[in-house]
Write a protein that binds this ligand. Sequence first.
Ligand code: FE2
Length: 296
Amino acid sequence: MPKGRIVAGLLAPHPPHLIYAENPPQNEPRSEGGWEGLRWGYERLRADLAKIDHDAIVVLSPHWQTYVGWHFLGVPRFDGLSVDPIFPHLFRYRYGLDVDVALAEAIEAEARSAGLVTAMMRNPDFRVDYGTIVSCHLTNPAWDKPIVSISSCRSAAFYNIDVMQAQAVALADATVRAIEKSGKRVVLLASNSLSHRHFTSEGDVPEDMSREHVTSHAQHLWDMKIVNMLKSGRTREVVDILPEFSSQAIAETDAGSFTWMLAALGFPTYPAELYAYGTVIGTGNAVMGWFPKEAP
Ligand SMILES: [Fe+2]
């Protein structure tokens, strides 16, 4: 069996507004569109991903929050209705997703043997979080690949962000070991926004783009600093300044998903593909991709 490998790492943010704007059959509310820049970016990402053979998608979501360890979906199939707690008028999404349980168990076992606290989620009625659902839908709306969903152990909240980063790197190493042993070709998704301070009021038409802009100039400057560093391959530096970025830009990177993905990719020094940057209710979102070269 050939050694498994990561074929792509994607920064795939999960504003539910992007699904609302797409009007897929799974989502009840209807819209007139909106946030086209980000959605066109996701379109280009999907076109690139379609050219890359892969077996499974592994996503780490900030919205499956577990304070005791990292949890993994561990049931082959989940069906349900996902309603966004803040935006129930925009996101009521009927999901049905398949899990690569063997890969989930393999990553969990590697993480556990590395000393991380872990658990398998074996409840078939568990409601899958909307971060997992939105990032996976926008990346693969056909849902024709099984996923592995990993929770965010909130060590940044329980301890501090340095503990979170150390754990995310250990989890990344475990992820790589499990993927290599699996023989599979795997796509990783970091499901998170960049700057994350958002508006607290909404107009009558949520998709009214005349209201959409970044929350503050400071947030914009932080996002551009991070995006430009990623575009020029400075990923290790990004992880080094992540604690400062996360606290000053209220960034969603405190969840560990981005550190985990960059570490699993081996802190790439080649430029990231930037598909789009755009704001959603004032938060900063970059859609980006890293495509490691196959060893000759
Ligand atoms: Fe979020």
